[in-house]
Design a protein around this ligand. Sequence first.
Ligand code: ATP
Ligand code: MG
Length: 283
Amino acid sequence: MKTLKIAIQKSGRLNEKSVELLKNCGLNFENYKSSLISPVSNFPLEILFLRDDDIPEYVQDGIADLGIVGENVIQETEVKVSYLQRLGFGKCSLKIAIPNHSDISSLAGLNGKAIATTYPVILKKYLVGHKIESDIRTISGSVEISPGLGLSDAICDLVSTGGTLKSNGLKAFADVMNSEAVLIGREGSENDDLIQELIQRIQSVLRAKETKYVVLNAPKENLKDVLALLPGVKSPSVVPLAEDGWVAVHTVIPERDFWDRISQLKQAGAQGIVVMPIEKIIL
Ligand code: ATP
Ligand code: MG
């Protein structure tokens, strides 16, 4: 039987979540920090631990079948790969930022200015798309200190909370792209049976993450109101309680509706509300 290879980041912002996702998919492997490759004992898969910059090319060239990497890295390396699944972690945006006291006040104001970045390819496309000609200064790191050192008038860098910009006296000025971690494969690899199985496992974990299992007690006479608030995956299960006139309702609700629904359910007479995490949802 063939063995697939999946490349994930060896260390850094995406490593922990990538390992957690694969483990939640029921894959058994040792997360040795020192080794480059780790076999999975209960699925024909090997995990390659790499620098994130190398992942898109390894997948394009077939050294790895799959990869987990930020969209920003894929766009910057301009490889041809298939996006198989968005993964919902590693969210950030690539933004142009300027010093708080800069006199640049519109995009056109970036004409002729120097912008420091580690993402010259994406930035160039953005500027060309907006008909702006700036001097792109490609540097390999610590982009945020370059305006303070007089090396650039603006920067283009990844931002998640904005804390790094703030502590360097910078403010976000324009959004270039939004990014999150994605599962990629070689072009056409989405048709492979083993890859399909892995994608389905990943999807069942992602679905479960977005939902909660809720059990609550309600007086039978309020059941209609309570059910109206609970659009479950299918319809909720209603079980009679030992105490006359009461029922237990079991259902699955999206996390995003959660707090809203809980207070409305209480108002509708629900009691003893128990909320549980779900491990997997297989449709
Ligand atoms: P490597 O050593 O693997 O090359 P790196 O230093 O290039 O690592 P990290 O800083 O670990 O990369 O970031 C990995 C990815 O995490 C980024 O490419 C991006 O997709 C995502 N990310 C999420 N939030 C942020 C953020 N605030 N700053 C930078 N990257 C972020
Ligand atoms: Mg990197």
